[in-house]
Design a protein. Sequence first.
Length: 423
Amino acid sequence: MIQNKRTVAYGLLALLAVAAVLLTVDLSPRVEYTPEPEVVEVVDTVPAVPTAYGIPLPGFVVEQEQVGRGATFGDLLTARGVPYPVIDSLVRLGEGKFDVRRMRQGNPIAFVYTDDDQREPRYFVYEVDPVEHVVFALTPPLDVRVGHRPVETVRAEVSVPVTGALYNDLADAGADPMLSMQLAEIYAWTVDFYRIQKGDRFTVIYEEQQVDGERYGEPRVLAARYESDGVSKDAYRFAQDSVPDFFDPTGNSLRKAFLQAPLKYSRISSGFSRRRFHPVQKRFKAHLGTDYAAPYGTPILAVGDGTVEKAGYTAGNGRYVKIRHNGTYSTQYLHMRKILVKQGQRVQQGDVIGEVGSTGLATGPHVCFRFWKNGEQVDHRREEFPSAEPIQERYKAEFTREAANWMLALEEARHRADQRVVF
């Protein structure tokens, strides 16, 4: 009896389970679902209207040329039929914006004509430089406005071995050759550019400005590396108190106490020697200086801050200047054509103190540069000079981070240059 009751109970549970399953099954007829089509808003795209100097070009023709020799604003406009009253009004409208007397021979100009048979000029444009231009509206309402092309700043890199003149090597690599001038200034205290040899290498990361894809202005070096005989000398741009300078990886300034040479562009014609055959006196004697040959009139620079101790003339030295820099160092510059400082005058590093000449015992234009250390003449090219102000303590952490980034960037630039070499 009990067994029959259990059988009935199990049967009821089974029926309830089947019913639960059936309730979860969708028994309604299947209907195929078709998604609503996506609504895409169609917008008419109108190509940008081509412009020149901010002037929409459809309906106009642009003729470009250059300011001819002796040409004036009035000459250029009257030659194209612009009446004198209009020219006079434009000159007045331009006051405070552009003085038409500033127009220079060779600068680009443009006339914008209507695209019809009348050939009536509507606009005259004068290009002050690759960025700035002045637009003169020649028909009512007359107007003068100054326009500017957008200037883009881009970062670039170059790594070149020295094969001859660094200027040419950079140009051949597609970089701005003016970088050579900046590198000469950056490394003026640490690299003797008269000793750069074939195979030495410069790697540079720099910024340059571009207008319409063309270089504009001078580049700006951000980091550089000079490699010679397995030794690298890095230079990183960093600003302290908003004053930028270049520092080595340890935070010492690349600006030393003295420039490497008193001339920017010259060659060494005779080095420091304890025994040299004198070309004028025809006998062997000590030559306790370095001769830098250069054309007459080449500016002679003070290699460091100091006071002019002497400025005068002797039979052997010719016109010369001697500068006392501090209690340890003094420098002297001989055979000048012209002296441009006076005794007792305070000078700064890089100041022009005279011009190259051949006065005194000299066979040609040059400057004999002499260097005293503790009262003794020494070969300045063998001296190690103290650094200028290093990174200040409060900037050290920031500089360390930036220096690590520049070091890696220079290594990568060098590697990419090696990868581009075709063997």
